[in-house]
Design a protein around this ligand. Structure first.
Ligand code: BDR
Ligand code: CA
Length: 308
């Protein structure tokens, strides 16, 4: 059964895989685009191109070009200067919708009230602004899945404990984590545990399907980065979050805990602070996904690229 899905994203190589997966199984009502992996002009262009490759009509909404408070460094060193592996692809013929991403999030949440699944694969800038504009937003969203954080402090940024999406805009993450009563959290450490075997990944992206061919090209640089930086396989963080959004039954282990965002630490800004033992007696906002069924996750990825 299909369901309405809104993706807040900064495409991004792993975002691209997640967006491909979503279009195979859900009614994707929009891509709201943030800055993050690279600047907004590129993330919007990449979103539009991907929608064209898929052959969909999904509207793409440009969102916030900068974090809420402080500037942040992008992740072009992983994703390429254009965020899609610098392949020099021909831009899509269609342009972005004439509505700001934050307004689109609020409108779509009203149009699909009680049914909408929201998947946040980017710094939480757009979502934080939407929540500030309308604190009732969570009551209209059936489910929020966030890719972000590093729940035991093993992040992926130069500030050791911070994960990229949270570290890029900690204030936005704070607004969302403090204001959204309950969400699923797929953190970086879970993504590392569910990396894809390189040989398996190479096989899947070598399918004849045009989606696989496009993905093989844009992911080449990121794959090389993964291999040359001691990662046990290809980490596709946003794809794991999307798999959890599309099929919650793949989750094998999860724990509900209160998670807060560190805003001030000189070496810990952007850390996700988990109250593992419930010492603060605060309600658990995050359902922290710890383990998923890897075979079923991989089946969702392969299917999105035209495989079995
Ligand atoms: C997250 O940061 C981005 O670089 C990826 O697209 C993903 O959303 C992983 O830390
Ligand atoms: Ca992303």
């Amino acid at each position: 059964m299909t369901f309405p899905l809104l993706i807040d994203t900064d495409p991004g190589v792993d975002d691209a895989l997640a967006i491909l997966m979503a279009h195979r199984q859900a009614d994707v009502v929009g891509l709201s685009i943030a800055a993050g992996n690279v600047g907004l002009a590129h993330t919007v262009t990449n979103g539009l191109k991907l929608v064209e490759v898929i052959g969909a009509q999904t509207p793409v909404f440009a969102g916030c070009p900068v974090p809420l408070v402080l500037p942040a460094e992008d992740a072009a060193f992983v994703h390429g200067a254009d965020g899609f592996g610098d392949t020099g692809y021909l831009p899509a013929s269609r342009g972005a919708a004439d509505e700001h991403a934050v307004e689109a999030i609020l409108r779509l949440s009203r149009e699909h009230a009680g049914e909408l699944t929201l998947v946040a694969l980017a710094p939480l800038t757009n979502l934080a602004l939407a929540l500030r504009l309308d604190p009732q937003l969570p009551s209209r969203v059936r489910r929020l899945v966030v890719m972000g954080g590093a729940v035991t402090g093993r992040g992926n940024t130069h500030l050791v404990p911070a994960e990229f999406n949270i570290g890029f805009d900690p204030e936005a993450a704070h607004v969302v984590f403090a204001g959204w009563p309950q969400f699923d959290l797929v953190d970086w450490e879970a993504c590392v545990r569910h990396a894809m075997d390189f040989a398996w990944f190479d096989r899947v992206v070598s399918a004849a399907d045009p989606r696989a061919q496009f993905y093989a090209a844009i992911s080449r640089k990121a794959r090389r980065f993964n291999e040359t930086h001691g990662r046990g396989g290809m980490i596709v963080a946003d794809a794991l979050a999307m798999a959890v959004a599309l099929d919650p039954s793949i989750v094998r282990t999860a724990e509900k805990r209160h998670v807060a965002i560190e805003l001030n630490g000189t070496t810990t800004r952007g850390a996700t602070v988990v109250d593992w033992e419930g010492r603060l007696a605060r309600p658990a906002n995050a359902n922290i996904v710890l383990e998923v069924d890897q075979a079923r996750f991989e089946a969702l990825v392969a299917g999105a690229l035209g495989g079995a």
